[in-house]
Write a protein that binds this ligand. Structure first.
Ligand code: GDP
Ligand code: MG
Length: 178
């Protein structure tokens, strides 16, 4: 049964954290459905999507992606959301320094309370809005390096680096010993 996780077929819970409006839902929809809907409204209720990717070493990784309607804003609810997550994708908007500050808050929060060995990625989204950029690439690199995270800038609008984001996460997942 290909649904059963083993050393070659991994399955992992992935959560997205970050300010409302940074593009978390759009990143998920771009990755899972290959779509970008600029008119989409704020996510209503928590949603759950899954997507499987194959790596070059023929490993497959099934991401079980939890998107929220912003419940993570309520500090007391956040741990319920990221409990058991093997991956945390912390997203900010490169045009918003406030969202970058919030991302740094989430990094600390996950380091303190996330599952041991959680793989964390820092994502600067809306990279298509270069003329409105207020967070420099180097700031993202520095923050990620300091915290031992993977860093990438993406655009859910143009699809730039979206697949790369999930591939790089997949490569960094701990492999169960068989
Ligand atoms: P969430 O609250 O973090 O889930 O954010 P959403 O995914 O709902 O996106 C918020 C807004 O940002 C929407 O109006 C999107 O169309 C827009 N958006 C999301 N990703 C991008 C992107 O990569 N580039 C641009 N220009 N806009 C984006
Ligand atoms: Mg959303």
């Amino acid at each position: 049964n290909s649904e059963v996780p083993d050393a070659k077929n991994l399955r992992v819970k992935l959560v997205l954290l970050g300010d409302s409006g940074v593009g978390k839902s759009c990143i998920v929809l771009r990755f899972v459905r290959g779509q970008f809907d600029p008119t989409s409204k704020v996510t209503v209720g928590a949603s759950f999507l899954s997507q499987t990717i194959a790596l070059q070493d023929s490993t497959t990784v099934k991401f079980e992606i939890w998107d929220t309607a912003g419940q993570e804003r309520y500090a007391a609810l956040a741990p319920l959301y990221y409990r058991g997550a093997g991956v945390a994708v912390i997203v900010y908007d490169i045009t918003s320094p406030e969202s970058f500050a919030k991302a740094q808050y989430w990094v600390k929060e996950l380091q303190k309370h996330g599952s041991p060995g959680i793989v964390m990625a820092l994502v600067g989204n809306k990279a298509d809005l270069q003329e409105k950029r207020e967070v420099q690439v180097q700031d993202g690199i520095d923050c990620a390096e300091k915290n031992g995270m993977f860093f990438i800038e993406t655009s859910a609008k143009t699809a730039d680096n979206i697949n790369q984001l999930f591939e790089e996460i997949a490569k960094r997942l701990p492999r169960p010993s068989s």
